[in-house]
Design a protein around this ligand. Structure first.
Ligand code: PGA
Length: 249
C-alpha cells in the first residue's frame, strides 16, 4: 500500500512564531496518524528551523536551483537542502511556472538535480481553465509529467507527483473527487506506459487545489489519490490537522 502524504505549502507566509507553533502541534498530531507522512513546506528561510524541531513530520523547500553552487544570487541548491535535512522540494508549482516563467525544460533540470542530490521532488503539474475548456487537460498534464522525467533513472520513492489544476488553486473551487480521480488515473497510466507498471503502481500522486477540512476525506478516498498538497488551509493549524487525519488509512 502506498503511504499517503499531506504536504502543507505555506507559500510566502509565516514567521518564526508560526514555525514554532506548527512544529509543536504537528509533532504531536502526526505521531498518531496511521500511514500518513506529514510534510511542511515553509519559505526557504525557515526550512532549517522547522527541520530542527521535526519529530514526526518532514520538510519540503518550495524551490531549488539545479546547480550545486555558484554565482546564482538569491538561489538555494539541492546540496544545501540536503545539508539541513530537508527531504522534499516542490518543483514546477504553477505559481513558479506562471509568475517566474519556469519552463518545462528548467523544471526537468531541477527534477534531475533534486533526484541526483537525494532530495525528493514533488513535481507539480496541472492545466489551466482555458486548457480544460478546450479539452486539452490530459494532453497538457501528460507532457508536463513526461518532459520533467525524460531520460531519468529513478525509483518510486524518489518521486512524488502533485496534480494541481490551476483553476482550483486558491480559488475555493476544488476539483470534484471524480475529476481529480480521473486525472490521477491518467497520470498513473502515463507512468505505466512510458516508464514501468511497477513505478506507476508505487508512485504517490497528491491532489492540490483548494483542499480543505470539508473536502479532504472524499478526495483522499479515491483509489489513485495518495494525499494532498495544501496551500491556504495549511496555514490554519486545526484545519490542517483535520486534513492530515483525513489521509490516515
Ligand atoms: P490552495 O493551494 O490549497 O490554497 O489552493 C494549493 C497549492 O498551491 O499548492
Amino acid at each position: 500500500m502506498r503511504q499517503s502524504i499531506v504536504a502543507g505549502n505555506w507559500k510566502m507566509n509565516g514567521a518564526s512564531s508560526f514555525v514554532q507553533e506548527m512544529a509543536q502541534q504537528i509533532n504531536l498530531h502526526a505521531a498518531d496518524l496511521d500511514n500518513v507522512e506529514v510534510v511542511l513546506s515553509p519559505p526557504s528561510v525557515y526550512v532549517a528551523m522547522l527541520q530542527q524541531s521535526a519529530k514526526s513530520y518532514a520538510t519540503a523547500a518550495q524551490n531549488v536551483h539545479f546547480a550545486k553552487s555558484g554565482a546564482y544570487t538569491g538561489e538555494v541548491s539541492v546540496t544545501m537542502l540536503q545539508d539541513v535535512g530537508c527531504k522534499y522540494v516542490l518543483i514546477g508549482h504553477s505559481e513558479r511556472r506562471e509568475i517566474f516563467a519556469e519552463s518545462n525544460q528548467l523544471i526537468a533540470k531541477k527534477v534531475a538535480a533534486a533526484m541526483q542530490g537525494g532530495v525528493v521532488p514533488i513535481l507539480c503539474v496541472g492545466e489551466s481553465l482555458l486548457q480544460r475548456n478546450a479539452g486539452q487537460e490530459f494532453e497538457v498534464v501528460k507532457s508536463q509529467v513526461l518532459s520533467a522525467l525524460q531520460g531519468l533513472q529513478f525509483s518510486a520513492d524518489s518521486l512524488v507527483i502533485a496534480y494541481e489544476p490551476i483553476w482550483a488553486i486558491g480559488t475555493g473551487e476544488t476539483a470534484s473527487p471524480e475529476q481529480a480521480q480521473q486525472m490521477h488515473a491518467h497520470i498513473r497510466k502515463v507512468l505505466a506506459v512510458e516508464i514501468s507498471a511497477e513505478l506507476a503502481e508505487q508512485t504517490r500522486i497528491l491532489y492540490g487545489g483548494s483542499v480543505n477540512a470539508q473536502t479532504a476525506a472524499l478526495l483522499f478516498s479515491q483509489p489513485d489519490i495518495d494525499g494532498g498538497l495544501v496551500g491556504g488551509a495549511s496555514l490554519k493549524v486545526e484545519d490542517f490537522k483535520l486534513i492530515c487525519s483525513a489521509a490516515a488509512k
